[in-house]
Design a protein around this ligand. Structure first.
Ligand code: AMP
Ligand code: ZN
Length: 135
């Protein structure tokens, strides 16, 4: 977590809001082509390039934050609202009868892309998707 982030409320100060080398920053700025399925002022939802199920989406803040802990609380709430919209639409489109939200935070937890994001994975009965750990 950046030391320029206030740990209490995650208020962002003069921290860089974009990282030139970060693939999700580049996608958010449309420097790299990706299918942006949903967009709001602060978020995009894209299709995961390596989906574990049809409709697997990633919800990504347009600004560069590394983990959940770096995201200001207000924006974090907005991120959850955005996830609800995307999830609702996946159900409406019958891509799943249920869904998982997964967020990997830092490398030991399986985070490969160091720009905070939430996976939305549509689920169906007997889809054989297994997570490494059952929570
Ligand atoms: P993780 O950091 O482990 O939570 O997961 C990163 C996810 O980003 C993986 O599921 C990748 O398949 C996905 N991913 C990486 N690069 C791209 C890309 N250019 N477009 C869409 N998804 C991507
Ligand atoms: Zn980034």
């Amino acid at each position: 977590m950046s030391d320029k982030i206030n740990k209490e409320d995650g208020v962002q100060s003069d921290k860089e809001t974009s990282n030139k080398k970060c693939i999700f920053c580049q996608i958010a700025k449309r420097e790299i082509i990706s299918e942006i399925v949903h967009e709001s002022d602060n978020f995009i939802a894209i299709k995961d390039i390596n989906p574990v199920a049809e409709g697997h989406m990633l919800v990504i803040p347009k600004k560069h934050f590394v983990t959940l802990l770096d995201i200001p609380n207000k924006l974090g709430n907005e991120m959850l609202e955005f996830c609800k919209k995307v999830s609702f639409e996946l159900l409406e489109k019958k891509l799943g009868d249920g869904f998982n939200l997964v967020m990997n935070n830092l490398e030991p937890a399986g985070q490969f892309v160091m720009h905070a994001h939430i996976h939305i994975i549509p689920r169906k009965e007997d889809d054989r998707i297994r997570f490494l750990v059952r929570v």
